[in-house]
Design a protein around this ligand. Structure first.
Ligand code: SAM
Length: 253
């Protein structure tokens, strides 16, 4: 029987839902960022925005004593998070919900921590940190990764790639200044190491892409989708010196 031809959005979900992570990152860098947060025992309410299937949500739950809500627009990713939370005995403290990062369902000033890996650029770094600040308690922490320029040279091909994907890159200095201007104390920033892209994200994604090519052998949409993903890998290997995901950690003043 022939498979129904998938849309790009279907493919995006299908390629990513079985991966451990849906973007660059690692348990090590999640823990490194957590290390900047002071006394983790004080964190009773946290949210992980754009959590995907939530590996970092569950990592947070292993270090933070309170409740954590993982929020994502994709019900498929949220189902995986809730299933894994249950399997790992964290279902009592971790809850995945479907929602939008630019219209959060929390009470004002109710959160001790807002976490977000690989997602804030979908709504814009400055828009995100401004909207989210209202949900943090005074003294609460924000920890987000955002694709950023790492050098003063900004190759046009990279600029275009990210802008076509709906994101604009800014320098680390720009984003740190924006964080401070928005009413956060700047705590720390660091760039994710290369293995967070290559080993943790690109390699498992390539295996998933090969699965899609087998499943939909004559689909031009799948071929174009795979080519675009491989183009991203090639760009990264050629230009990684100039850009990367940067963790930004701030504290609400
Ligand atoms: N945090 C996960 C990780 O690091 O593996 C997922 C990162 S993935 C690159 C970005 C995630 O943001 C996706 O799961 C996507 O569904 C979600 N997302 C994008 N725009 C969103 C929005 N406006 N509201 C909620 N989630 C959104």
């Amino acid at each position: 029987m022939e498979n129904k031809q998938p849309s790009i959005l279907d493919l995006l979900i299908e390629a990513h839902v079985g991966l451990e992570r849906q973007g660059p990152g690692s348990a090590e860098t999640t823990c490194k960022a957590l290390g900047f947060l002071g006394d983790l025992a004080q964190i009773s309410h946290a949210a992980d925005l754009g959590c995907g299937s939530g590996p970092q949500t569950l990592e947070l739950a292993r270090h933070v004593p309170g409740s954590i809500v993982g929020l994502d627009m994709s019900p498929d990713f949220i189902d995986v998070l809730n299933e894994n939370a249950g399997k790992q005995g964290l279902g009592g403290r971790v809850k995945g919900i479907v929602g939008s990062m630019d219209d959060l369902p929390f009470d004002g000033e109710s959160l001790d921590l807002i976490w977000s890996e690989g997602a804030i650029d979908n709504i814009g770094f400055e828009e995100g940190i401004a909207h989210w600040r209202g949900f943090l308690k005074k003294g609460g922490y924000l920890a987000v990764t955002c694709p950023s320029w790492l050098t003063a040279e900004h190759p046009e091909v990279i600029e275009r790639f990210w802008s076509d994907a709906g994101s604009g890159l800014d320098s680390v200095e720009h984003n740190v200044a924006a964080l401070q201007a928005c009413g956060y104390r700047f705590v720390a920033s660091f760039a994710l190491p290369e293995y967070c892209w290559t080993e943790k994200y690109f390699a498992p994604r390539e295996a998933a892409l090969q699965g899609l090519l087998k499943k939909y052998p004559d689909s031009e949409t799948v071929e174009a989708f795979v080519a675009e993903n491989r183009h991203e890998v090639k760009l990264y290997s050629e230009y990684k010196r100039h850009y990367g995901y940067v963790f930004y950690i701030g504290q609400k003043r």
